[in-house]
Design a protein around this ligand. Structure first.
Ligand code: ATP
Length: 300
């Protein structure tokens, strides 16, 4: 009999998961491909978030058995601080973020928030505590107001405007003839990558989570937009425990700690200044990106 109910359970779960904001993560988490095997522990209790102290203890994980992707990661992110994760493509940066949101269970070690193992709390409470600003935000074919309000059920008009202001997109919205009622998405106004990211930031401001995951856009934003988004992101990071998956090193300079991931292991860690002094992988990446930046500026 239980076999019969499984598809229904799964549907219910998919529905709830979508409601919990998974759709926000768009391409990053590949909704259909993930999460089906993660279930709440029999006695799962809601996560009690205190200050938001996040720890990874010897975290091991692979998508396929026998193919380890993360090989024993230790991280300690003090409440309210920012950890930036950098490293070559395929190093496991996005995987780390997916595990934090418990899209998969670990093959070894544990992740804790305020000393509670995330595998032992309810998924709903875990996901309510974490806000995600993805690389590529999925917009609904609805109004821009609706797309922002999606960050928190029952948000009032004033709060939506305040969130839009915090994400520096209020001016843009107010210049549209229909303002917050402007339709966006496939059949409406097309937003640029930077504007979509601002909608995601506004949603997150409404959700007001104690823990934040930012997956920086890989797609090139022009340097002015990049600078503006950076300022906005730094504003929402304040007071929240934040993990930034960073593709451009210019965005991690301010982080409290930086971890360089290479082939599923922490190759280096420290602050920007410490890592430059080490003259290792980070310093090399920094020099390379600085060169590329100069070349791009010269070409602009
Ligand atoms: P990038 O900077 O290119 O985004 P990354 O450091 O974020 O890379 P991950 O996306 O975490 O890297 O991927 C780490 C490894 O896991 C890669 O070898 C990738 O091919 C593999 N991988 C990622 N997602 C899956 C999946 N759903 N199933 C199987 N393997 C996967």
């Amino acid at each position: 009999l239980s076999q019969l109910f499984r598809p229904l359970d799964l549907l219910g779960m998919v529905y709830r998961t979508i409601r919990q904001g998974v759709i926000d993560m768009g391409a990053m988490f590949d909704l259909l491909d993930t999460g089906a095997e993660v279930v709440d522990a029999p006695n799962a209790q809601p996560l009690q978030v205190g200050k938001g102290h996040v720890r990874f203890e010897n975290v091991q994980f692979g998508y396929d058995p026998g193919m380890p992707i993360l090989k024993g990661i230790d991280l300690d992110i003090a409440p309210g601080t920012t950890l930036a994760v950098v490293g070559p493509s395929g190093a496991g940066k996005s995987t780390l973020a997916r595990l934090m949101y418990r899209f998969y269970d670990l093959t070894g070690g544990r992740i804790t928030i305020d000393d509670q193992d995330i595998a032992e709390v309810t998924q709903a409470s875990l996901r309510a505590a974490i806000g995600i600003v993805p690389q590529d935000t999925v917009l609904f074919n609805d109004t821009i107001g609706y797309n922002i309000a999606y960050g928190r059920e029952g948000a009032g008009e004033e709060e939506i405007v305040r969130a839009a202001q915090g994400a520096a997109i209020a001016g843009f919205i107010e210049r549209q003839p229909d303002q917050y009622d402007t339709r966006v998405g496939e059949r409406g106004l097309k937003l640029s990558g930077g504007e979509k990211q601002r909608v995601a930031i506004a949603r997150t401001l409404l959700k007001d989570p104690p823990i934040l995951i930012l997956d920086e856009a890989t797609s090139a934003l022009d340097s002015r937009t990049e600078g503006e988004i950076l300022d906005t992101l730094q504003a929402i990071e304040r007071g929240r425990t934040t993990i930034v998956i960073a593709h451009r090193l210019s965005t991690v300079v301010h982080a409290d700690q930086i971890v360089v991931l290479e082939a599923g292991q922490v190759a280096e860690r420290g602050t920007h200044a410490e890592l430059l002094r080490k003259r290792g992988l980070y310093a090399e990446m920094w020099a390379r990106q600085a060169r590329e930046r100069e070349e791009a500026l010269a070409a602009e």
